[in-house]
Design a binder for this molecule. Sequence first.
Ligand SMILES: NC(=O)c1ccc[n+]([C@@H]2O[C@H](COP(=O)([O-])OP(=O)(O)OC[C@H]3O[C@@H](n4cnc5c(N)ncnc54)[C@H](O)[C@@H]3O)[C@@H](O)[C@H]2O)c1
Ligand SMILES: N[C@@H](CC=O)C(=O)O
Length: 491
Amino acid sequence: MSLTLNRPDLLRAQNFIDARWRDGLDGRVLAVSDPALDLDFARVPDSGAADARAAVDAAFAAGPAWRALAPRERSRLLRHWHDLIMANQEDLARLISREQGKPLAEGRGEVAYAASYVEWFAEEAVRMHGDQIPSPSPRRRMLAVKEPVGVVAAITPWNFPAAMIARKIAPALAAGCTVVAKPAEDTPLTSLALIKLLEEAGLPHGVVNLVTASRGRAAEVVDEWLADPRVRKITFTGSTPVGKHLARESAGTLKRLSLELGGNAPFIVFEDADLDAAVEGLMAAKFRNGGQTCVCPNRVYVHDRVHDAFVGRLCARVAALRVGPASDPASQIGPMINGRAVDKIERHVQDAQARGARVMVGGDRVRDEDRPGPNYFAPTVLVDVDGTMACTVEETFGPVVPVTRFRDETAVVALANDTPFGLAAYFYSRDPARIRRVSDALESGIVGVNAGAIASESAPFGGIKDSGYGREGSRQGLEDYLQFKYVCEDV
Ligand SMILES: NC(=O)c1ccc[n+]([C@@H]2O[C@H](COP(=O)([O-])OP(=O)(O)OC[C@H]3O[C@@H](n4cnc5c(N)ncnc54)[C@H](O)[C@@H]3O)[C@@H](O)[C@H]2O)c1
Ligand SMILES: N[C@@H](CC=O)C(=O)O
């Protein structure tokens, strides 16, 4: 896909530190590749510890003035940023599609989704109420005052290059925190463009700083932030092993942490479900971003009585999905992010087949003249899946639907909960008593009941167990950037 932008200056190739666009201090570069063709098309700095330190120097110095600004002023900046994001929706969508591979329509949707968080936190910035505590003595006034936590380090994944960074930077700014950020190595361009728009919105010097780095040097950058006592919070979205590493390594300086980690979402179709609605919900939840979303259903349990009817309808829908590059407006499933991702998907499908699962649709890589790159995988439905298979134990992060038959509500809820993860869970049923019972019993930060599209800027997004802690979006998403100070005034 050609990368023609209405605003070519949104394609940035430098870090942003202390309100200046700068090369990395040691001059190393990171190539950005197009997942549709696996070809490099841009370069950004491959930053190291010195760049990371310079970013914290700037954020720390900018902190006092930023937190002293009236919340209404911070809100205005965020509102302006929101408006610029939406005014440049098409360019941002092109950048997302080019570096991440999602179809252009989904890229546009992601830009609007990212902007919705910025708008939400622009509104929340002026609603950070503390508490006045009933005092035991008339001389005494007792207050619980909310304060920004300080410098926040934001580390983001590749699958939503605009939304993940927007929903970290926006609440941090609303709360009065300053930010250092590192986007994923696969998708640095969208975040750089967002920072360019934030600069245009009137961002004061040093309030947000962003450095890019390769996978090999990500740890060097982040280790610098982990060790620096001036960084008071880490907000991370990505894999569980890296999240646990951050939790361990931040203990030395006791930083606050928000960890949005991996999932293994169950999707249960009970015998009383509206089957058409359940198929619709599964298609929406599973195939968002080609299955590369942390809340994508990873295990589908269908009651024995409706199994064959459900699978028949599902297979018809999945077989009709169009796989292709983001540049083709008809594409519904783009390339996977890189070769490692496709290898994992292929391994899961082959392992399931070897253990007795049957492929009903898809099952293989796709490569032909319309899809010449190596990163396409056919949307796939597997049946006769059981809990020994890798695709039910690990997050596949691809367009594969593994279906398991069940007969008993208690047993299927136990199966759904039989995972170290707990990010999202879905079920379809029309029985009100069952709806209450099952949503109470599911061990998950998010439960979709007769709903496949669940994310919203106004709702708390986040997990439990190995899926992490902390929430993004909503009122709760702002609290994560604030700390209480108890003030006791005796007069
Ligand atoms: N819970 C959520 O909201 C959510 C959202 C998106 C993705 N995810 C999860 O993210 C995973 C996919 O992303 P990924 O494979 O790119 O994750 P990842 O953990 O490898 O990478 C995420 C970020 O961490 C950085 N990183 C990698 N190694 C690091 C290290 N040693 N020290 C510090 N930083 C390091 C990367 O450069 C990137 O910026 C999936 O498991 C998915 O479920 C979760
Ligand atoms: N962007 C996703 C999160 C994980 O991939 C969402 O907000 O639903």
